[in-house]
Design a protein around this ligand. Structure first.
Ligand code: SF4
Ligand code: SF4
Ligand code: SF4
Length: 167
């Protein structure tokens, strides 16, 4: 079992809150409350059957969609005894949405649709245009599972907390 991070390390993380925090497991509390409650015990990381959770800075759990898809099975939330992950059945597990970046192959004239093929929610479409079709994400269908991230051959697909707000 990992040692609990001391207050100095925790304060260091709080001091860096201006930077974009890493992606946390589903049902994580807001970043400040998450860091307060989480003991970095690693239980959620060990319990995840998809192996998409890793230990990040100071041992706090991070969701890395490059490793695979979150199926929202809830195992991580059930494993979290300090309730840093707290399922609210009336709320979404998170606000993450997929977003294709500048490296996306069709932006450079190369046909690709790997992300669409991997999406279990059928949230990615390629509207026909005169040029090579570009991926568009339906933010109402996308649940931020991350299945489209690791399959992108150029690492152009990512999850963003801001996609929903910007839509
Ligand atoms: S909900 Fe399931 S698949 Fe998703 S991070 Fe938690 S344990 Fe892993
Ligand atoms: S898989 Fe990647 S490169 Fe291909 S269309 Fe999707 S975002 Fe673009
Ligand atoms: S994050 Fe999941 S639901 Fe959203 S577009 Fe990617 S594969 Fe589809």
């Amino acid at each position: 079992m990992a040692a609990q991070p001391n207050s100095a390390r925790r304060a260091l993380l709080f001091g860096r809150r201006a930077a974009t925090p890493p992606l946390r497991p589903p049902w994580a509390l807001d970043e400040a409350a998450f860091l307060d409650a989480c003991t970095a015990c690693g239980a959620c990381v060990e319990r995840c059957p998809e192996r998409v959770l890793v230990r990040g800075a100071a041992g706090y759990a991070v969701f890395d969609p490059r490793l695979g898809e979150c199926t929202f099975c809830g195992e991580c939330e059930r494993a979290c005894k300090p309730r840093a992950l707290a399922r609210d059945v009336s709320a979404e597990p998170w606000q993450l949405r997929a977003l294709a970046g500048e490296a996306c192959l069709p932006r450079h004239g190369v046909v690709c649709s790997s992300c669409r093929d991997a999406c279990p929610a059928r949230a990615i479409a390629f509207p026909l245009t005169a040029r090579v079709p570009l991926p568009t994400v339906d933010v109402d269908r996308c649940n931020g599972c991350g299945a489209c991230v690791g399959v992108c051959p150029v690492g152009a697909m990512a999850l963003s907390r801001h996609a929903t707000e910007a839509a």
